[in-house]
Structure formats: structure tokens, C-alpha cells
Design a protein around this ligand. Sequence first.
Ligand code: ADP
Ligand code: MG
Length: 487
Amino acid sequence: MTSSVCSRNAAFSGPAAVSLNGLWLEILSKVEKRIQRSQFVTWFKDTAILGRDGGKLVIGLPLPMCLNWHLEHYRGITLAAAKECDPLIEQLVYKVDGTLKDSADRSVNLLEHFPEQKKRKLPGKQEVKMAEGVISKILNPRYTLENFIVGESNRLAHAACHAVSKQPGGKYNPLFLYGGVGLGKTHLLQATGNAIIKFIPNSAVVYTTSEDFTNQVVEAIRVQKMDKVRQRYRMVDALVIDDVQFLANKERTQEEFFHTFNTLYEERKQIIISADRPPQELDLEDRLISRFERGMIADVSAPDYETRLAILVEKAKEYELFIDLPVLQFIAEHTTRNIRELEGILMQAIAQYELEQRMPTIRSISEIMGKLNKDQYLKEESAGFEKPQKRRPTFQEVIEAVSRYYSVSVQDMIGPKRKHEILLPRQIAMHIGKKYLNLTFVSIGEIFSGRDHTTVMNALDKIEERMQVDYQLLREVHAIETELGVA
Ligand code: ADP
Ligand code: MG
């Protein structure tokens, strides 16, 4: 960052600035196409070309925090875009210039030149009335076979859906998918419906849940129009019915479904079914179960770490949220139950980003996770589960746990020594003591050989700052917290 470069082109207004602004606009329009919008708006707002010296461009950034981000993430993209605009450009140097912030005349007005094209895609839940008595939820275009991440846990199910989409009514009929909540059954069902329509346009694909199907049957009985419903249902080319376990104890609906099933099956129409368990474990009439067992049965189970991570990367892209890989790794590592949970965390991160313009960090994500877990806990509690009484560890136990984890002695940890290898364990013990045991700075100081409270405050600031960016450290702290039962 040579100051001579800037002073030579120091006239920020006037012809030079205009042409530099024009060049920057041209470069930005290329950059914009290559990165997600949320990143673009956040990191390129209030930027400008401050000067040019031959092949060297001086890029002005409004805040110091932008500097690292640009150097790490955008230098390559920006330079490539700049070279496309002017092959003579060889190098970018960055300079932080606080006066650029909100100075519309000096930097490019990003929102004016690059207005938002589309609203964020969020799942829609519309219903269409296809014909009297037949209600189909609109297939959500967001679910496709292409954006479904395949891993060991769902490979067979995905392959079967793919085969069905290429040959509906063929050898995989019916197709029965089963698995726990939030593991991707609805996604696969809807994606297959979408794929069938793409493959055979104008085909009548009806997606319904067993609850909707039940409601339709009940209503048809009430108005005595069962025949009409039957006729209509039997005109569909592919019937997709989600969560058939809810047909349990609904004899009349099961009977109607049995007849519909038979008619469609005989006419070689595709039927796709999902449930939370395999056919033989369903609490349904035997004749229905034996129909389900005729075709292809595939399970969808909980994804492994790599699949979870790949799903997160895909979802973050889909929601146009830029998250550092270590943050995604952190989520994938700590969320094992189901994909919906993963998505819940991402949605919260998006909300946080939109409200506070705060890029997700491991710290902010772990706060979100803590809160979601707590909500889950409250839900379970209110559902009648008894809350196990957890004993809070004593500070002595905290110090012992940290000392075991890092193989340093308790004496060393609380003693006066300032050896490098005990500083971190000491800070972690202080952090856990403050966070979970609500100890005061003064009392923590007393335990650690009568240290002054400001020393404790500094130590806590340091460790908490490091935990914002150091993934490995956060993992270690989390492991200790888990062992202590406070996480
Ligand atoms: P289920 O019907 O089994 O309860 P869903 O199909 O509703 O689960 O899945 C929950 C969320 O997780 C959906 O938003 C879905 O898109 C997503 N999801 C699940 N598995 C995958 C996967 N393998 N790839 C991409 N997204 C997935
Ligand atoms: Mg579902």
C-alpha cells in the first residue's frame, strides 16, 4: 500500500475519480455474478478504487475488518474480474479508508447499481384443487433429485426415485420409502414428482399426505360424493402419498386407499409412499401392507458426518448465505439427529444475518444451537417428560476436568506460574466457571492464587476472542463442557 500511488491519483472527485468509478463498476458487475449476493452486498458496499499506478489498482475498503476478508476470500476473484476489464491490470493492493463509509459520491452505490433481483426462496405450502374432491399440494420446485445430497444413508432410496422418475409405473411400483423424521423422505417424494412432470410434461402427479387424504375421504362421505372422489383419484398418473403411518385406525380411509391403490396399480400408474417405519411394522390392514411389499422398499437413515456437511454446504448455497467452512463443520459435527435440525440452525443464522448483518461464527452458531436445544428441552418437558435433575459441577471439578483434558496439574493451573502450556487450560477453567457457575471475577481471581479481578477479565476476554475464530479450541472447550454435563 504505497501512499505515493494514492497521492498521485488523490483527486477523488473530478474526471479521474469518475473513470476509476466506472472501472470499479465494471469490475463489480463481474464479481457480482461470481459470489453470493449476501456476500457481495456485505463486503463490497462502500468500496472504491482509490488510485491506479500502471498495472496496480488501489482498492479502498471502508472498515479494517474488511481487509482480511478481502485478502482471504475476494482478492483472486476481484483480480480476475479486473484483468478481464483491463488486461493491463496486474496487481491489487488494499487500503482501509474510513471516510468511504456511506459516502455515496466516492464509492459505487451498490444497491442502486445492483438491485436485488429476487426474493429469497423459502419453502412454500400452497394447495391446489385439481378437481372436485382431489386436493394436491403443489409440488415444491425447491425439492429436486439433483439437490438431494446422496450418501450411504440414502443411496438406495435416491437411486430408486431416480429410476421411478425415468420409468413411472415400471418395475419399482409401488415405491415405498421409510425412515425417521427429517431425514429427507418428503424431499425425495416431491423431487420424484417434479422429475416425473419434467420427464412427461402434463402428467397428472398428485402429492398428498395421508392426513389430507383422510380429510378428503371424511368430507366426501359427509356430502355423499365418494364415487366422484374415487373416479377423480383414479385419473392420476402418479400418486404420491406421504406419511401413511397416519392412516392407522382409520378403517374407512384405509379401505378407500386400498381400492384407489389397486386401480392405479392395475393400470400401471406409479404409486410412491412414505412412512416412518417399514411396511410390516405399520399398524395398517394386512392387505394394504402386502400391497406395499410388492414393489421396491428403501430406507432413508441418518446421514453420516460427510453427508451432513455436504448437505449444509448445499443449503447454505441455496439460501445464499456465506458461511466459513469451519463453521459448517462445527454444525455438522454437533448436529446428528436429523437434517431438519441442521436447516433450523441455518435459518436462524440467516435471520441473525439479516437482522444484524453479522456473519455467522462458530460462537454465534453455538449460541443458536444452545438456544434451539433449550427450546427442544422445554418442549419435551411440557410434553410430560420429567426433567432429569442435573447437578451443577463445583469449580473444583471444573478445574480437575480441564487439568485431566490437557494433562497439566491442578497445582500448576491455580498456581502463580506463567508457563505457556498452562495459560490456555487456566483460561478455559475460568471461562467455564464464569459461564456456567456464575462465579464473579473476584472469586475466580481468589481461587487462582489471588489474582486481581482485572487479570481474570483480561484472561476471559482473550479466550473468548480466540473462541470466535479457533475451531479446534471451541471443540476442546465443548468436549470439556460435555464431560462436565454443562454443555
Ligand atoms: P422427512 O420427510 O423425512 O421428515 P424432509 O424431506 O422434510 O424429511 O427433510 C427435512 C429437510 O431436510 C428438507 O428441507 C430437506 O430438503 C432436507 N434434506 C434431507 N435430506 C437431504 C439430503 N440428503 N440432501 C439435501 N437436503 C436434504
Ligand atoms: Mg416428511
